[in-house]
Design a protein around this ligand. Structure first.
Ligand code: SF4
Ligand code: SF4
Length: 98
């Protein structure tokens, strides 16, 4: 799964390094290995790998990470993998984005 990339420059992922305490939780929970932590600060390695699952923001103890989870094409595709149904998101109904 690591080879798959999200659309370039569209993820809502945002890290406030000023607030980060360097606990390392985001580095552990992110399924795409997007974070690295050194000297008590998290950093984003490659934000375009983010699938907006929300695990990092839900587990950050100081709310240093914000992401709009559960929306868009990535969420629709993951849901389709889990349910076996065709992916369907809230994009224009006439498009074939997913
Ligand atoms: S939203 Fe999910 S994929 Fe994106 S950085 Fe957070 S844990 Fe990783
Ligand atoms: S989970 Fe939050 S506080 Fe912990 S390293 Fe990541 S951004 Fe920093």
């Amino acid at each position: 799964m690591q080879k798959f990339r999200y659309l370039k420059g569209v993820t809502t992922l945002n890290l406030n390094a000023e607030v980060c305490t360097g606990c390392g939780t985001c580095e552990i929970v992110c399924p795409r290995r997007i974070f690295t932590v050194s000297e008590k600060k998290a950093a984003i390695i490659d934000r375009d790998l983010c699938i907006e699952c929300g695990a990092c923001s839900q587990n950050c103890p100081v709310a240093a990470i914000k992401v709009d989870a559960g929306v868009g094409c990535a969420s629709a595709i993951i849901y389709s993998w889990l349910t076996g149904n065709e992916p369907s998101c809230d994009c224009d109904s006439g498009s074939s984005c997913c």
